[in-house]
Design a protein around this ligand. Sequence first.
Ligand SMILES: NC(=O)c1ccc[n+]([C@@H]2O[C@H](COP(=O)([O-])OP(=O)(O)OC[C@H]3O[C@@H](n4cnc5c(N)ncnc54)[C@H](O)[C@@H]3O)[C@@H](O)[C@H]2O)c1
Length: 323
Amino acid sequence: MINNKSVMITGAAGFIGSHLTETLLKHNNFLVLIDNFNDYYPGKEEQLQKILNKYEENRKYKLIKANIVEKSTFNTINNEIDYIFHLAAQAGVRYSIDNASEVTYNNIVGAVNVFEYASKMPSIKKVIYASSSSVYGNPLYTPVDEDHPKNPISPYAVSKLCGENYANLYFKENDLPVTSLRFYTVYGPRGRPDMAVKKFFSHMLQNKEILIYGDGTQKRDFTYITDIIDGLILAGENDKSNGEIINIGGSNPISVNELVSKMYGIAKVEKKISFIEKQKGDVNITHSDISKARRILNFKPKVNIDVGLEKQYEWQLSFLKST
Ligand SMILES: NC(=O)c1ccc[n+]([C@@H]2O[C@H](COP(=O)([O-])OP(=O)(O)OC[C@H]3O[C@@H](n4cnc5c(N)ncnc54)[C@H](O)[C@@H]3O)[C@@H](O)[C@H]2O)c1
């Protein structure tokens, strides 16, 4: 665990960033939190503030509302930083199809600015770059290891792959200790509303129909948020992973139809399902080979899909009751 260190998190108000913020605050770290609270979905600023309020007495964070594509954002930080978790990005495969230039600029320039800043910070021990399983495109074989060909089929996936290439460049040319982690479909409390698990439970709870893209046979390697946080921290404190790219996934894919059936089993409401046209950019299957994560990071996913879905459902139910 990373304790009593100085840590920067970009995208701190997002789904994954807010969980990482909470975990690292619990372990007495000083955090520099950067987020521009983009309008991709609402509620992030309040969500982060709720977490920070719990730590107000012993205030060990600095919250910077700024855009990382602006180099000047980094001039406002005068703390020495040990670790950087670079999570800020315009997420969403489907959104990127209609907003290719925005996603490209935001994700690539943002990553370059973070690597540039980190490479000039003498105290840096590690930078973690959040990449994505989407870089593989439709797999030629499964499970997919890190050497599998990269055939991204959306601007989002290309931007994530490009960020990895920059990470590699800064590792080789500037000795930056950086690791790229390829996350697989993350779900759990505070999950993004554009993602299937959050969206489907939300519709079930409102007795609304759920819409499945394609025929629902596409499979996803759903990964519970606490397993992703474990992967981030294990990679952060691990020197052997410098310059490496590592899959972080649950490694146990299920089809969207199976997912929906499990979710109806939990929500216990009347089934209302429609199938609509497959979305551009969606791949047929994601399935992580996590041997490298096991070997280098000692990473083991701990939360299976049944337990994870129960936890997410409980959270969505309590969220609904509190609003
Ligand atoms: N959630 C997943 O399933 C998943 C899978 C693979 C990879 N990832 C990657 O993990 C990271 C976090 O994803 P998430 O699901 O938490 O997304 P999210 O949208 O919830 O969080 C991203 C955060 O980054 C912020 N942000 C975006 N651009 C910024 C900029 N230019 N300057 C400052 N802040 C900016 C947003 O306001 C948001 O709070 C992203 O890099 C994403 O590409 C996520």
